[in-house]
Design a protein around this ligand. Structure first.
Ligand code: ADP
Length: 165
């Protein structure tokens, strides 16, 4: 049984992430999408909210599970008996950081990282771009699923930002 972990912040999940999840689910017997509880980052959505939006987004994919983890990714991967880490690559700018992380994880956890090129239409898409557009009242319908648009609307409404429905 080939198991992969797809880790990330998913703050919020975008169509770019979901493209990687769909394609990854076709390559592995089981794909665990893992929300990182990263104390160093100040997220817009809580871990619970990110788990909720991911679950709703992948409910049509029976071999995809949503989880969260704290601490070292390689420890979480070992605890779930994963064979590989899955990561998406967008522009060249992703490469250096990903190359470093993959090398470190292979060294400390003896685990391979598998990279998947972004879908062409999502190469420009990032969670931070989505948050920037949404926080300024722009429409993000083409970037994230409808239920995530709704959660962004709610979030920014609470922060008193006028957001188009
Ligand atoms: P992190 O904080 O770990 O970078 P992200 O949630 O931003 O978490 O991204 C998780 C993974 O998804 C990373 O491998 C990232 O490169 C990938 N990813 C993000 N956006 C896209 C996209 N538009 N197309 C392909 N991969 C993406």
């Amino acid at each position: 049984m080939k198991i992969a972990i797809y880790p990330g912040s998913f703050d919020p999940v975008t169509y770019g992430h979901l493209d990687i999840v769909e394609r990854g689910a076709g390559l592995f017997d089981k794909l665990i999408v893992a929300v990182a509880k990263n104390p160093g980052k100040e997220p817009l959505f809580t871990v619970e909210e990110r788990i909720e939006m991911l679950k709703e987004s992948v409910k049509h994919l029976p071999n995809v599970e949503i989880a969260c983890f704290q601490g070292l990714l390689v420890d979480f991967a070992r605890s779930r008996k994963a064979n590989a880490i899955l990561r998406g690559l967008r522009a060249l700018s992703d490469f250096e950081y990903e190359f470093q992380m993959a090398s470190v994880n292979r060294k400390i956890g003896n685990i391979e990282t598998v990279f998947m090129m972004t879908g062409n239409e999502y190469a420009y898409l990032s969670s931070s771009a989505v948050k920037e557009v949404a926080s300024l009242g722009g429409c993000v319908k083409g970037f994230v699923p409808d239920h995530v648009v709704k959660m962004l609307v709610e979030k920014y409404k609470r922060m008193n930002i006028d957001f188009p429905e």
